[in-house]
Design a protein around this ligand. Sequence first.
Ligand code: IMP
Length: 429
Amino acid sequence: MANVAVIGAQWGDEGKGKVVDWLASRADIVVRFQGGHNAGHTLVVGSETYKLSLLPSGVVRGKLGVIGNGVVLDPHALLAEIDKVTAQGLAVTPANLRIAETVPLILPLHPALDRAREAARGEAKIGTTGRGIGPAYEDKVGRRAIRLCDLAEPETVSAKLDDLLLHHNTLLQGLGAEPFSKEALLADLLALAPRLLPFAEPVWERLDQARRDGRRILFEGAQAVMLDVDHGTYPYVTSSNTVAGNAAGGAGIGPGAIGRVLGIAKAYTTRVGSGPFPTELHDDTGRLLGDRGHEFGTVTGRRRRCGWFDATMVRQAVKVGGIEALVLTKLDVLDGLPELKIGIGYDLGGERLARLPAAPAAQAAVTPVYETLEGWSGSTRGARSWAELPAQAIKYVRRIEELVEAPVMLLSTSPERDDTIVMRDPFAD
Ligand code: IMP
């Protein structure tokens, strides 16, 4: 039985929520392995709409959800999310949610530092979600982080807070922000402990057992390859590895267990936050894509930047992300456009490039080379088979497959879960 990992193949917001939900219904366990509550998924189940940031999507589908050690966990955000879905009639207990005991915690000082630094950067800001993700990962790598298991040891939390505050209060005061008091942080963490600790366990053991029992595991990526801290448009990235390889390290399972890797890509491109975006459109077509695609951030509410499909960038994401097949979403947003462009390379001062350069000035200076395709007049919305697609839409999808060097395994044609064209069952061996 194959496991499946799902990652974003662009700059995030590719419509992972619906696809992960579709896949979760075929899985036994759904695992988050990186990121934190900077992610946002909207799941529509019957008459209920669930907005999830931290909870693995499978929880909504009655599956076991696992938050792996590679995530950074804001306890207040988690408990607020649990309370919200509980009010919607869903029970979240240790029976359906397990959290790696080694997960590093996001404390109130992390978003404070995130925002103070962004403010200090002014025009050069990264456009982070302001949720403390970067500072929390810095503390993990800096060996200062308070981890979930520490909450069982008040003396450990107290000693670690001394270490953390030495670092953070110095920085915060230097940036003109308010310092934090140890007493308040300690009291808050110790008060949270009884609600959080029942979820904590060595999830690697459970995943190992699940694997040996032949249960299907879905690894649910957040953000996307072009926001990967190593492979993305650095420094305009998030602070974790979003590539599929990190599903192993971020969950505590061998790389051979990751299984099939699916990359999700929109039929066009969007980005939130700052940073290079070669195929961005600043014209009416860009606005049309944004309006039709409802391109507003789930977490931030910010309007997303929109542009043509960039095959060069997605091919790069396919290679570095280990993507075996694509899930293409939001094809219907392109319905009725007289012509469509696909980015097939970049021009940098007269030189033709087949990948995004790594250095920031070069990255910002590239201009896309386009191929133009005829649009289609019919509708693709809600199509559930190839036969229902206009011929030109099929040509567009086929051209994308050629250019990115990966087949399209699923095609999503509306926000409805069943409006999906399945070329092949991703969980089949
Ligand atoms: P951070 O993850 O909050 O540090 O933000 C770093 C960059 O990643 C910013 O450009 C954010 O807009 C972007 N980002 C973080 N999470 C998401 C997401 O779920 N979708 C799209 N962009 C994201």
